[in-house]
Design a protein around this ligand. Structure first.
Ligand code: GDP
Ligand code: MG
Length: 702
């Protein structure tokens, strides 16, 4: 007579339970419903050995023994109720090789209620392709169950599984998880007297079951309710259980499971072997950066010029139709340039965010992080900081926005704080005019242009300072504890256009409305400071009117207006401020005129040249580069020496390289860090650094 064994196939959904069921039972199975519910029940007969046959039950897929669905409730009832006609003598737990960690959670619960279990690791055919190696002996020892590696697709391991089933009487049924800590918190004595000889973990599963358990008798359920009333922190203990289980699983997998995706031979592994190759990987990353960088300039210069022109035309038109007066001035010189100063960044932000979300979506970003992380980590940043830092050379604003995909707050903060050191395009006009003043137009070997070399040096200086200050910040800033790092390389996939567009839209919009508010307010304040002043202002306004009326000669009229504009600026609050800081900036080699330009540069660096042009009364009509430069060259101090000496120019260059002179960046940093603390630290930290360095250098070389 053959013995008949009851076997249940348990496991998460889609692990191959039904495939295994079909393999074991062949045609000898029937499909019905569980009594009273419309969940499909598959049951069949399998021949295990010459002396043993088994009734196999394909349990509904579930994730845990804390049931949250009808399917899970069925598995719960069958596995926990010993009187259930379907209660198995043996469980075959089907797990999927690729997702062992997730799969082992339910496994550990079933193991701990004391049922004999075999762990069948399915889909072994995929393992080689994915570069996974599993040490089944170690797994078996640590989990205290027999482990069989199978593939229902390739039909491998099935015979071994059957042989293992035949030895089911010898299985170790002790729990795999050490739940001593939990037991301490349960009313263990009471449980023992109410349910003698019942597995404690099983009682725990009763205790945490929300609705009355149908297979328990009335008095048994009453006992459960009594015990439950004595346990105060049921929820906490349950959370603790989950943590303990995952810790155990982590330990087990650490010892027995390796996944080295590079060893695989699927498309992903083949791509990875190239994209994270120790040499080729960096070359490709550099090329991608170059491409993004190019597009950041090439694609955005036209729309940026267009926006610039549009606002200028619009402002000019408004100025001509609105009645003359302070209100009109506010609109044309304060509000419109303010809004323009926000909208002008939209193209660069959009392009940068577009590329970043494309890289994220395809899965490439994680590879770049993998490559760069070791280097960047030394400076307290992440592999994801590389792109923001490089984009800082276009503009700090999109760069700061693009740090949003750095998950770790500390790394993100450090990146945000050092980005303004990279040489943004607003510094370019300042650099070029100063370089052309002091560096001769020489070239060496017909290749290296001296002015160009100096400019390049300034870019390098910016990067150097960014990394140096990151290094310092990394030492200073408090470290979050337990921040260990695992890079999970996701699958490659085609990017979803919808996601990319949404991300571009979302970030651009939040910049325009959030940072925009602050940028606009500051530009109105600056407009006020530059266009209003004390008593002299009234006189000059009169002067301006009278002179405009008196001179008939058009050219002379123009000249007079320039002189008036210059005088107005000189006597504005900004001018007064510029003059009052003269003692402070004199040791750096600057006079009050440079002081005014310096102050207005705190709105935006590129204002420097325009402000100097106004102060030196270079007409609007021809404030071309050369005119301003010549005017700067001619400017003399009281003792007759040139204002823009070599030492002064170098000191200015360094000041612009290091000082935090960009209110828009401050606004976006306020927005992204959600506090004024960090932008203020940036403002004062960077500016005092700039001051100190310029001071030292000027005093040495003057
Ligand atoms: P169940 O939800 O646990 O019953 O899983 P199924 O038996 O329905 O299988 C889920 C999916 O995994 C199906 O697409 C199967 O074809 C696939 N599958 C099952 N076993 C294997 C295997 O050994 N190798 C591979 N590559 N796929 C498998
Ligand atoms: Mg199934």
């Amino acid at each position: 007579m053959k013995k008949t064994l009851k076997i249940a196939l348990a496991g998460n959904p889609n692990t191959g339970k039904t495939s295994l069921f079909n393999l074991l039972t062949g045609l000898r199975h029937k499909v019905g419903n569980y009594p009273g519910i419309t969940v499909e029940k598959k049951e069949g007969l399998a021949t295990i050995s010459r002396h043993l046959q088994a009734v196999i039950l394909d349990l509904p897929g579930s994730y845990s023994l804390h049931p949250t669905s009808a399917d899970e409730q069925i598995a719960y009832n069958i596995l926990l109720d010993e009187k259930n006609p379907d209660h198995p003598d043996l469980v075959i737990y089907v797990a999927e090789a690729e997702n062992l960690k997730r799969n082992l959670f339910l496994f550990s619960q079933i193991k701990d209620i004391g049922l004999p279990v075999i762990l069948a690791i399915n889909m072994m055919d995929k393992v080689i392709k994915k570069g996974i190696s599993i040490h089944t002996e170690t797994l078996s020892t640590m989990l205290k169950v027999p482990v069989v590696a199978i593939s229902t697709r390739k039909e491998t391991g099935i015979d071994q599984l059957k042989q293992t089933i035949a030895h089911h009487t010898e299985f170790d049924t002790s729990p795999m998880t050490d739940l001593a800590e939990m037991k301490k918190r349960l009313a263990a004595e009471k449980i023992k007297s109410a349910f003698p000889n019942v597995n404690l973990y099983k009682i725990w599963l009763f205790l945490t079951h929300k609705e009355p358990i149908k297979f328990l008798t009335k008095s048994e359920w009453q006992n459960i309710l009594d015990i439950r009333s004595e346990i105060s922190d049921l929820k906490r203990i349950q959370q603790r259980e989950t943590i303990i289980r995952y810790q155990k699983i982590q330990d087990v997998l650490h010892a027995s499971y390796r996944i080295d995706r590079l060893q695989g031979n699927d498309l992903r592994a083949r791509l990875d072997r190239i994209l994270i190759h120790p040499v080729l990987g960096y070359v490709i990353f550099a090329c991608i950066l170059l491409l993004i960088f190019q597009s950041l300039f090439a694609w955005t210069s036209a729309p940026m010029d267009w926006i610039d022109g549009l606002f200028a035309t619009f402002g000019g038109w408004l100025g001509s139709v609105l009645p003359e007066g302070r209100f009109t001035d506010l609109i044309t010189d304060g509000i419109i340039p303010g809004i323009s100063g926000i909208v002008i960044f939209v193209p660069q932000i959009a392009v940068l965010i577009f590329f970043i979300s494309l890289l994220e979506e395809t899965g490439y970003m994680s590879r770049a992080v993998f490559l760069m992380d070791k280097i960047m980590r030394r400076y307290g940043m992440s592999g994801k900081s590389v792109l923001p830092l490089i984009s800082g050379t276009a503009c700090a604003i999109p760069a700061v926005l693009s740090t949003r995909n750095i998950e770790n707050w500390r790394e993100r903060l450090i990146t945000i704080l050092v980005i303004p050191f990279t040489t943004c395009s607003a510094r370019l006009p300042v650099y070029t005019i100063l370089i052309s003043l002091i560096i001769p137009k020489k070239s060496y070997l017909g290749l290296f242009n001296l002015q160009g070399l100096v400019l390049m040096g300034l870019y390098m200086l910016g990067f150097f300072m960014a990394f140096f200050s990151a290094f310092v910040l990394n030492k200073i800033l408090k470290r979050e504890h337990g921040n260990f790092f695992v890079i999970e390389l996701p699958e490659y996939q085609l990017p979803l256009v919808k996601n990319v567009i949404y991300s571009v839209w979302d970030k651009t919009r939040s910049f325009v409305f959030e940072a925009g508010k602050i940028i606009l307010s500051i530009s109105i304040i600056l407009w006020f400071l530059a266009s209003h002043g004390g008593r002299p202002f009234q006189n000059y306004e009169l002067l301006s009117k009278s002179s405009a009326g008196l001179s008939l000669d058009h050219e002379k009229q123009q000249d007079e207006q320039e002189v008036v504009a210059s005088a107005l600026l000189e006597h504005s609050y900004l001018g007064i401020l510029g003059k009052s800081i003269e003692p402070l900036i004199k040791p750096l080699g600057y006079d009050w005129k440079i002081g005014i330009a310096l102050l207005s540069s705190f709105a935006a660096r590129e204002v420097f040249v325009g402000t100097l042009a106004t102060i030196y009364s270079v007409g609007d009509t021809d404030n071309s580069f050369d005119t301003v430069r010549n005017r700067m060259k001619m400017e003399k101090r009281d003792d007759g020496s040139p204002v823009f000496s070599f030492a002064t120019a170098v000191s200015l260059l360094l000041f612009y390289a290091f000082a935090m002179q960009c209110m828009s960046t401050l606004a976006i940093v306020k927005r992204e860090t959600n506090s004024w603390k960090w932008p203020l630290i940036q403002l004062f930290g960077m500016s005092s650094l700039a001051y100190t360095i310029s001071l030292i250098v000027y005093q040495i070389i003057k």
